[in-house]
Design a protein around this ligand. Structure first.
Ligand SMILES: C[S@@+](CC[C@H](N)C(=O)[O-])C[C@H]1O[C@@H](n2cnc3c(N)ncnc32)[C@H](O)[C@@H]1O
Length: 212
């Protein structure tokens, strides 16, 4: 079985996510979009079935979207979404994003939790290298609260999710890291805003590329 292969559950992913997390899992992804300047060049990594494309189109944010998604079945679902914004769908792994130029905005929603710590540490400068000066990165993902009782609850939900995805998509990474802090403390980005949802188990942060 291939690693992190979302093809196996592409048709059911959004349905299952909505049953477990309700509207929160979609709504948190949209929190920072209204602040993005119009006609930005946008890269989406691991966009899944492409639900976010409708909102991006509605807000007129993107002059062009490059949509990089490893699962052919998820990509096929995203391609069915009818919008005016030009979207280039690329069915490949994220490392190949460097072949598509630079961007004003990069979106990684519920994607970085697939990376192990070493991969995530190299992902931060990788995203930096893909952004134009002043470019922004929206990261939305899961987190584990610092204190009881939310900490125990989050750990239990995360354990259930990991068990499910290990069987269905051959999930490789099973740990969540403190993504916001790791990015904020890197010399590459400065945090602009952070929002929470689902009993603080989901966060969405927007980071600005630092000048070196
Ligand atoms: C958990 S899903 C999230 C989908 C979507 N962002 C959402 O929130 O609904 C992660 C997505 O990342 C894709 N993915 C996994 N590994 C990838 C890789 N190496 N490069 C690009 N996409 C990848 C999967 O196929 C899947 O569609």
């Amino acid at each position: 079985m291939n690693k992190d292969q979302f093809d196996y559950i592409a048709k059911f992913y959004d349905f299952i996510a909505a049953i477990v997390f309700g509207k929160a899992i979609q709504e948190i992804q949209l929190k920072h979009l209204p602040k993005i300047k119009k006609k930005s060049r946008v890269l989406i990594i691991g966009g899944g079935s492409g639900k976010i494309l409708k909102k991006i189109d509605e807000l007129g944010i993107a002059s062009e979207v490059i949509y990089i998604e490893k699962s052919p079945k998820m990509t096929a679902l995203a391609k069915k979404i009818r919008i005016k914004t030009p979207v280039k769908f690329i069915n490949t792994s994220y490392e190949n994003a460097k072949e598509y130029g630079r961007f004003d905005l990069i979106i990684t929603n519920f994607f970085v939790d697939l990376l192990n710590e070493k991969q995530f540490q190299t992902f931060i400068p990788f995203i930096y290298s893909l952004l134009n000066d002043g470019g922004k990165w929206i990261v939305t993902d899961f987190r584990i609260h610092e204190r009881f009782p939310l900490r125990s609850l989050h750990k239990l939900i995360h354990f259930s999710m990991v068990s499910f995805f290990r069987i269905t998509v051959n999930l490789q990474n099973t740990k969540l890291f403190n993504y916001h802090t790791l990015i904020h403390e890197s010399r590459f980005f400065q945090a602009e805003s952070k929002k929470y949802a689902y009993m603080h188990m989901m966060f969405s942060s927007i980071f600005k590329k630092r000048k070196m």
